[in-house]
Design a protein around this ligand. Sequence first.
Ligand SMILES: *Cc1c(COP(=O)(O)O)cnc(C)c1O
Length: 459
Amino acid sequence: MDKKLLRELPSVDELLRSAELKDLLSDLNPCIVKDSVRAAIEWFRKGITEGRIRGLNRTDLIRKIRDRLTVLTEPGLRRVVNASGTVLHTNLGRAVLCREAVDALNLAATGPVNLEFDLARAGRGERDSVVEGLLRSLTSAEAACVVNNNAAAVLITLNTLADKKEVVISRGELIEIGGSFRLPEIIEKSGCVLREVGTTNRTHPSDYTSAITEDTALLFKAHRSNYEIVGFTSEVGLKDMVKMGRTHGLPVVEDLGSGSLIDLSPFGMEKEPVVGERVQMGADVVTFSADKLLGGPQAGIIVGKRRFVDRIRRNPLKRALRVDKLTLAALEATLRLYLRPECLVARLPALRFLARPVEDIDKVAQEAKRLLVDRLGPGYTVEVEDGESVVGSGSLPGYALPTRLVAITHEHVKAERIYAVFLSSTPPILGRINRERFLLDMRTIERAEDVCPDLSPAG
Ligand SMILES: *Cc1c(COP(=O)(O)O)cnc(C)c1O
């Protein structure tokens, strides 16, 4: 350890008075500047003590302080180019909103709105009413309400209808969704007792009926979302569960997860259940996310029989889980697009990406290849090839959408390194690695330039 060097370290006060930091102090909150100065000095002190730093350079010290402040003053939430091949990427914020939703957000953000004010009756109104009518017509349900996300929708539904009572669910549906949504834990946190029936691969109607006791509050069905059970399987369908529910006087609740409002089979996606169909099949309450296949902002939607939805709305948890005006504005605008199904694919980014023809993807891929060959320079090989994208967010598991990939390889540079270079570009470009090759999935890319990294030293 170099004692002399330690003594040479300037004090916080000296640095704060120095001309080198004057501009920062006139611009930023002094506490923040002071904090960064203190942290930078500490960093140098530690380096000297541990023998890593053997000379003191004032320019380095000032740079350290400025770097720390840059991290604080630059936006943390940044635009990312999604070339990962996962269309609804949870880590990238799921659905990209439509133009109409962005306009509605802007309107709600920049001035007062009639969020809880009934203009017709000139009195207090109900927050969810701007979307309830739309949700009722789009799902044929008697009533609807909205909370923060689908996890919240499941939580409040179970807590309202089954607090301290038993919830019967098939073992094959006790799912975990990425990002720590575990159905057994949500059921427990809702104050309910989990009553698992059947086995992982097979559950029969008799499994449910023999589990029903005086303590049973409801029958629960969960969409498996991100996994499939194949082979020797048997599952009790919603219709049969509704029949059992009627016989025993128990409501049937379904967590649909993604839940599309329209039939997606014209776009080649057959298997995703449609919310309205589940309501018509007799589910008493159906919950689903607004930011998965629906293509809207993060929210959880609860639709179903009026008497159940009214009880859910009166639960004090509703106040804790309610959505804000921005979410409601974006959700209303997104739902309005569904009133004109012909324009949905053109207007709703999530559906546009999912339904995008391969020829269209290929055109952008070829253009990207041309640009990348130029941009990356010698040593790199850039090829366009067939591949598969996934829907993401637990929607349509095991379902692959044919796509076109731009594969980038280099004789001496590993795929991980290329991945990192693209990710450190401005804006960051997220691709994926498959069998030691770096791939850009062009399904979600509409302009070829978007996947060309900024390779300037600063970038
Ligand atoms: C995605 C999903 C959830 C969680 O929904 P969030 O909106 O992310 O809270 C719950 N259940 C199922 C079946 C899902 O697919």
